[in-house]
Design a protein. Structure first.
Length: 494
C-alpha cells in the first residue's frame, strides 16, 4: 500500500504502450522481470497502477492545491513486486487501445534491465527492456560533519577534507547546501536532507545536494533543558567557522560561484557567521534564510526595538540589560554597523522567507529577553545602558572555583572580551540581548534581502509549531510552491 501522501514523492512514472495485439488473442499475459543484473545486489521495484499520465499526484495540478489526484493514487494497491523472478499483472490493467500508466518505487537497489514480456498461452512472443539503476536515497547527497565536545567546544579541523561523490553523478555543478536548525536528531538531519533532494529533483534540479551536519543539542522531552537552546546557539556560531572553510574550499573547485545556501531556523547563525568570515572575492550564488532565528538588527540597523513583547517586561530577569552590540557592533551606539552588515557582499543574492506569526520564533523572543541567563551576566559600569565600553563594562560568567573550609562553594568570575572570537560567541549566545524580532518574523523589508511571505494564500503558513518546519514535514503537494520559490530564487539556469 501507499501509506501516506508524503510517500508519493518516492514514486516515478512507468508508461507502457502495447500495439498490434488483437483483442481476440487468447489468454495474453503481461509479465515483468529484471535481467542482465550487473550489480552485487539484485534490484526490485514495487509496481502500482497510476491515476493518469501526469505528475499531478505530486504537484496537485495547475492550481497546486488539488489533492484529488493524490487521494485517488492512495487508493491504488500494489500490482506486483518485480524481481529477477518473472511475475505478472492482471491482463485487465494493460490497455490495448491506449497507453497504460503505472508508478513504481524502488524496493532494493541494484542495476539491471527491467523487462516487460508479452506471453500468449505461456509462450514469450515479445519483450522490451529499459535499464534501471536503483540507489538508496543516501547515495544522492553528501554530508560534511563537524562535532563538539561535552563542554560545547566545536572541533573545527585545520582543513576541509573532501567527501567523495557517490555513484550518482549530477548533470550540473550547482550545489544546494542545506544547514539544519536546532534540536535535530541524527536521523532527522538525514531525512530532511533526503526530503530536500527529492523535492528539488521534482522541480527539475539536476545539481548537487550537500548537508552540513553541525552539532546542535537535541532533546526528546516536552520541555527542553534550561540551557539547551543557548548552548546550541554557541555551537552554531562556532560551526560557522567550519562552514566558512567549506565555502572557501568549494570556491577552489568546479562549484565556484555555484553554491546556494538554504539555512533553516538556527542554521542561519551558522550560515551568517560563515558569510561574515568569508574573505573578499569569495561569493556564494544565493543565501536563502528560511524562518531565520537571528536578530533582524544583526543585518539592519533601522529595525525598531520590539518593546511590545510582553516577555520583555513580565518574565523574571527580563528587560533590556545589555547594550545593543548586535545592532551597533560593538560599542552599542552609532556609528557602528550591524554585526552582519557586510554579508550582502558575500552572496550574489539574499532572500529571507518569513512568517510574522512563527510559533518557534515567538519562543526565540522569549528566550532572547531572558538574556543574560544561566551563569552569565552583564555589569553596566559606564552609566549608559546602550553603550558598551571595553574595560569598564563587562560581560562575565560566574562559576564555582572551589570550596571554603566549611565546604561551601566559592564563586569566581570569568570576564568575556568581545574582541576574542570564541568569547564573543559566548556573549552572543548567553548574554547579549537583541532588541528586535527575529529575521524570520519581521514583516518590514530588511536591508539587502529580498523577501517572501510564507503566509501567502497559496502556502498559508500559520502560527503553529508545525509551520516552523512544514517545508520538510508536510507532503510534497502542500509544499510545492515553497520549492518553486526556492528554485526560482537561486536562478540555477542563469
Amino acid at each position: 500500500m501507499i501509506n501516506t501522501m508524503r510517500d508519493l514523492e518516492d514514486f516515478a512514472r512507468l508508461h507502457l504502450r502495447v500495439l498490434g495485439i488483437s483483442k481476440n488473442v487468447a489468454k495474453p499475459s503481461y509479465q515483468f522481470r529484471f535481467e542482465n543484473i550487473i550489480s552485487e545486489t539484485e534490484p526490485e521495484i514495487n509496481l502500482f497502477e497510476a491515476v493518469d499520465e501526469t505528475t499531478h499526484y505530486l504537484d496537485g495540478g495547475d492550481s497546486h492545491d488539488d489533492f484529488a489526484y493524490a487521494n485517488k493514487q492512495l487508493e491504488k494497491i500494489k500490482l506486483v513486486t518485480v524481481s529477477k523472478i518473472e511475475d505478472g499483472i492482471a491482463s485487465g490493467i494493460v490497455q490495448l487501445d491506449r497507453p497504460t500508466y503505472l508508478l513504481f518505487e524502488g524496493k532494493y537497489e541494484g542495476v539491471g534491465d527491467l523487462a516487460f514480456v508479452l506471453r500468449v498461452n505461456g509462450k514469450e512472443i515479445y519483450k522490451t527492456t529499459v535499464k534501471l539503476t536503483l540507489r538508496d536515497i543516501s547515495k544522492f547527497y553528501r554530508t560534511w560533519k563537524v562535532n563538539a565536545l561535552d563542554n560545547d567546544t566545536v572541533q573545527v579541523p585545520s582543513t576541509v577534507q573532501d567527501v567523495p561523490q557517490t555513484e550518482y553523478k549530477p548533470k550540473t555543478d550547482d550545489i544546494v547546501l542545506y544547514v539544519h536548525g536546532w534540536n535535530m536528531q541524527d536521523f532527522e538531519k538525514k531525512r530532511w536532507t533526503e526530503t530536500l533532494f527529492k523535492r528539488l529533483w521534482w522541480q527539475g534540479y539536476k545539481g548537487h545536494v550537500v548537508n552540513l551536519d553541525w552539532p546542535t543539542l537535541c532533546f526528546t522531552s516536552i520541555v527542553p533543558p534550561p540551557d539547551n537552546y543557548d548552548r546550541s546557539e554557541y555551537r552554531a556560531y562556532q560551526s560557522g567557522q567550519y562552514l566558512e572553510m567549506l565555502l572557501e574550499w568549494l570556491d577552489t573547485t568546479k562549484h565556484r560561484r555555484k553554491v546556494n545556501i538554504l539555512a533553516h531556523s538556527m542554521g542561519n547563525i551558522v550560515a551568517s557567521e560563515a558569510l561574515r568570515q568569508l574573505p573578499p572575492g569569495i561569493q556564494v550564488n544565493a543565501y536563502v534564510a528560511s524562518q531565520a532565528a537571528v536578530s533582524a538588527q544583526a543585518y539592519d540597523v533601522t529595525m525598531p526595538n520590539n518593546d511590545n513583547n510582553t516577555a520583555h517586561f513580565t518574565l523574571p530577569g527580563s528587560g533590556p540589560k545589555t547594550p545593543e552590540i548586535i545592532r551597533h557592533y560593538f560599542s552599542g551606539i552609532e556609528p557602528n554597523v550591524p554585526y552582519y552588515a557586510g554579508n550582502s557582499e558575500k552572496a550574489y543574492t539574499m532572500y529571507r522567507y518569513f512568517n510574522r506569526d512563527d510559533w518557534a520564533l515567538d519562543l526565540w523572543e522569549t528566550n532572547n529577553y531572558m538574556k543574560p541567563d544561566n551563569s552569565y551576566d552583564f555589569a553596566n559600569n559606564d552609566g549608559n545602558v546602550a553603550l558598551y565600553t571595553e574595560g569598564i563594562d563587562r560581560f562575565y560568567q560566574t562559576y564555582i572555583s572551589g570550596t571554603d573550609l566549611l565546604g561551601n562553594p566559592v564563586y569566581s568570575e570569568r570576564i568575556l572580551h568581545i574582541d576574542n572570537t570564541i568569547e564573543r560567541y559566548e556573549i552572543f549566545a548567553f548574554c547579549a540581548e537583541s532588541r528586535a524580532r527575529a529575521l524570520g518574523a519581521v514583516v518590514d523589508p530588511i536591508a539587502d534581502f529580498k523577501q517572501f511571505d510564507l503566509r501567502t494564500r497559496i502556502l498559508g503558513y500559520k502560527n503553529d509549531h508545525y509551520s516552523h518546519s512544514r517545508q520538510f514535514r508536510s507532503n510534497i503537494i502542500s509544499e510545492w510552491p515553497y520549492w518553486v520559490q526556492f528554485v526560482g530564487n537561486c536562478e540555477f539556469n542563469k
